[in-house]
Design a protein around this ligand. Structure first.
Ligand SMILES: *Cc1c(COP(=O)(O)O)cnc(C)c1O
Length: 492
C-alpha cells in the first residue's frame, strides 16, 4: 500500500529514469509495419535503439518535472564569482527571434542578409569602442575559445616578425585555469608570476618573472583579477612588457567591472576577449551557447580570424572570407549569431550612460556585500573590491565549518552558492559576484543568511552545517565520485 502511495509530496516530485516507468515498453505510437522493406544502403539494420516506449503525457510530465528541479538565474540569486550571472533581459530574446534574424542561413547570398551583416558590423564597431581595441572578430564561441583565438593572433604576429625565440607566456598564480591552458595549447611554456599572497601583481614580482624578457611572447592577465581586485600597477608592468617585445593579453571575463567606465586599450591591452554571455547578458551555463569575441589593436588586425564582416565604399556589407595573414577559421560559418543579436540589443537598450551604470552598480553591489560581511569572515586581500568580493573560511574552519559547508547551507536556503575554492591562491576561497541586476532586497537576504551562518559558528552551533542541505530533493552527493566514475549507461 505504501509503495503505491510513493514518496511524492506537494510539488516535490521524485523523478524516475524513463526506463523505470512500469509502462516503459508500451509502444507510444502504433505505426504499421512497412509492407515491403528494402535495405538499400547494404548496412546492417538495427532493430531498436533501446529508447523507452512511453505515452506522451508520461513523457511530458517526466521532462516538466525534471525542469522544475533546475536552478538558474530565473529562479533566484546566483552569486557565482567570475561568472557574471546577471539577468538576461527578455527583449534580447524577442529580437533574436525576429524572422529576419532567426530564419536566415549563413550560405544565403550576402545581398539578402544585409541587415544581419550590418548588425554584426555594428557590434564589431561597438565592442571596439568600449574596449578601445578597434579591430574585432565575433567568431569565437566562448571565453576560452576567444583566449585561444587571441593567443593565436599573438603567435601569428611573432611569427610574422620572425620572433621564434619568444616561447614563454607569463601568467599570475591567481589566473583562471583557462589562461595557462590556452598558452600551452598554443605551444607556449608558462612562467608563473608569484603574487606572494598579496592578491595583486607587483612590478617587482613581474620583473622577476620577466627576467631579461628575450623569451617572453606575452602575458595573460585578468583585470580586474580573479580576486576581484584592480591591478594597480598595470601601467608600469605593461610598459616593461612592451619594452621587452611582449604582448598583453587581457582576459576580459571580468569586463562587467569596467564596461562603460574605462577602456582596456587605454591601460595597454593588445588583445582581449569578451564574454558576451557574461558582460552583455546573453544566457549561459545551462541556458545557451556562449560567444567570445576578441578585440585587438589595429597593429594586430591582419591576423584576426575570417570570415570577417566589412563595410564597402558603397555602404553595403560584405564578408571577407580569406586573408593571407589571417589565423583562419575558429568556427563554422560566422559564429554564434543569436548571441550577437542579443548582445547588440543589450548594448543599444542600455546606451553609453546605461553601460557605465552597469559597471558602477556591479561594483557597488559587491562592495556592499564586502562591507557587511568583512567583520564576520576573513578577507584575504585588502579592498575595496571591484565587481566581486573574496572571503575565506579561515575563521569558521577553526570551529570545523568549511567553505563547502557554507555553500551547502546556501543550497538549503535556496541560493546558488558563490564560487568556492577559486582562486586557488586564497585557501577556502568564497568568491561572490552579485551583479548589478540583483535587487537590494535579494542581496540583503543573502547577507542576512551569511551573517546567521557566521553567528551560528561563533556560538558553536555547527552540527547542522554538516547536514545541509536537508530540504533539497537530494542531500550531499559524492560529486568527486560522480565525476570520476560517471555511470553513462543505464543498467537495470
Ligand atoms: C568565465 C571565464 C573564462 C572562460 O570563459 P568561458 O566562456 O566559460 O569559456 C575565462 N577566464 C575567466 C576569468 C572567466 O571568469
Amino acid at each position: 500500500m505504501m509503495d503505491a502511495i510513493g514518496s511524492q509530496r506537494a510539488l516535490n516530485y521524485d523523478v524516475k529514469l524513463l526506463w523505470e516507468y512500469p509502462q516503459a515498453d508500451a509502444p507510444a505510437v502504433d505505426f504499421e509495419e512497412p509492407s515491403s522493406f528494402k535495405n538499400r544502403t547494404g548496412q546492417s539494420v538495427r532493430e531498436t535503439i533501446g529508447l523507452a516506449q512511453l505515452k506522451e503525457p508520461t513523457v511530458v510530465r517526466h521532462f516538466v518535472r525534471l525542469s522544475t528541479k533546475n536552478y538558474g538565474i530565473d529562479n533566484g540569486f546566483f552569486p557565482l564569482g567570475s561568472c557574471t550571472m546577471k539577468h538576461n533581459p527578455r527583449l534580447n530574446e524577442k529580437t533574436a527571434r525576429m524572422a529576419g534574424f532567426a530564419h536566415i542561413h549563413p550560405e544565403q547570398p550576402v545581398e539578402t542578409v544585409q541587415g544581419a551583416l550590418a548588425l554584426m558590423y555594428d557590434l564589431q564597431k561597438t565592442l571596439g569602442e568600449v574596449t578601445g581595441l578597434p579591430a574585432v572578430s565575433l567568431a569565437p564561441a566562448a571565453g576560452a575559445h576567444g583566449e585561444l583565438a587571441g593567443m593565436m593572433v599573438i603567435r601569428r604576429a611573432h611569427e610574422a616578425a620572425g620572433n621564434t625565440h619568444k616561447t614563454v607566456v607569463l601568467c599570475p598564480d591567481s589566473a583562471h585555469g583557462t589562461n595557462p591552458a590556452t598558452a600551452v595549447t598554443c605551444g607556449y611554456t608558462v612562467r608563473t608570476i608569484d603574487t606572494k599572497g598579496t592578491g595583486r601583481l607587483t612590478v617587482e614580482a613581474f620583473k622577476e618573472a620577466l627576467g631579461d624578457g628575450k623569451d617572453v611572447a606575452g602575458m595573460m592577465v585578468t583585470n580586474p583579477n580573479t580576486c576581484g581586485l584592480f591591478e594597480r600597477e598595470i601601467l608600469e608592468i605593461v610598459d616593461l612588457l612592451h619594452k621587452a617585445g611582449g604582448y598583453f593579453y587581457c582576459d576580459g571575463a571580468n569586463f562587467n567591472a569596467l564596461v562603460g567606465s574605462i577602456r582596456p586599450g587605454d591601460f595597454g591591452v593588445d588583445v582581449m576577449h569578451l564574454n558576451l554571455h557574461k558582460t552583455f547578458s546573453t544566457p549561459h551555463g545551462g541556458g545557451g551557447p556562449g560567444c567570445g569575441p576578441i578585440c585587438v589593436t589595429n597593429e594586430l588586425a591582419a591576423f584576426l580570424p575570417v570570415p570577417h564582416v566589412v563595410k564597402q565604399d558603397d555602404e553595403t556589407y560584405a564578408l571577407e572570407r580569406h586573408r593571407d595573414t589571417s589565423l583562419g577559421r575558429m568556427k563554422g560559418f560566422h559564429g554564434q549569431f543569436g548571441m550577437v543579436v542579443r548582445a547588440m540589443t543589450y548594448i543599444l537598450s542600455h546606451g553609453a550612460d546605461g553601460l557605465k551604470q552597469v559597471s558602477q552598480d556591479a561594483v557597488l553591489s559587491a562592495n556592499y556585500i564586502l562591507s557587511q560581511l568583512k567583520s564576520l569572515y576573513h578577507v584575504p586581500y585588502e579592498g575595496p573590491c571591484m565587481h566581486e568580493c573574496l572571503l575565506t573560511d579561515k575563521r569558521q574552519k577553526e570551529k570545523g565549518v568549511t567553505t563547502l559547508d557554507i555553500a551547502k547551507g546556501l543550497v538549503e536556503y535556496g541560493i546558488h552558492p558563490m564560487t568556492v575554492y577559486f582562486p586557488l591562491t586564497a585557501s577556502g576561497a568564497m568568491l561572490i559576484e552579485p551583479t548589478e541586476t540583483e535587487s537590494k532586497e535579494e542581496i540583503d537576504r543573502f547577507i542576512a543568511i551569511m551573517k546567521m551562518f557566521a553567528q551560528k559558528v561563533e556560538a558553536g552551533d555547527t552540527d547542522i552545517f554538516h547536514e545541509w542541505p536537508v530540504s533539497a530533493p537530494r542531500r550531499r552527493l559524492d560529486e568527486v565520485k560522480a565525476a570520476r566514475e560517471p555511470k553513462l549507461k543505464y543498467a537495470k
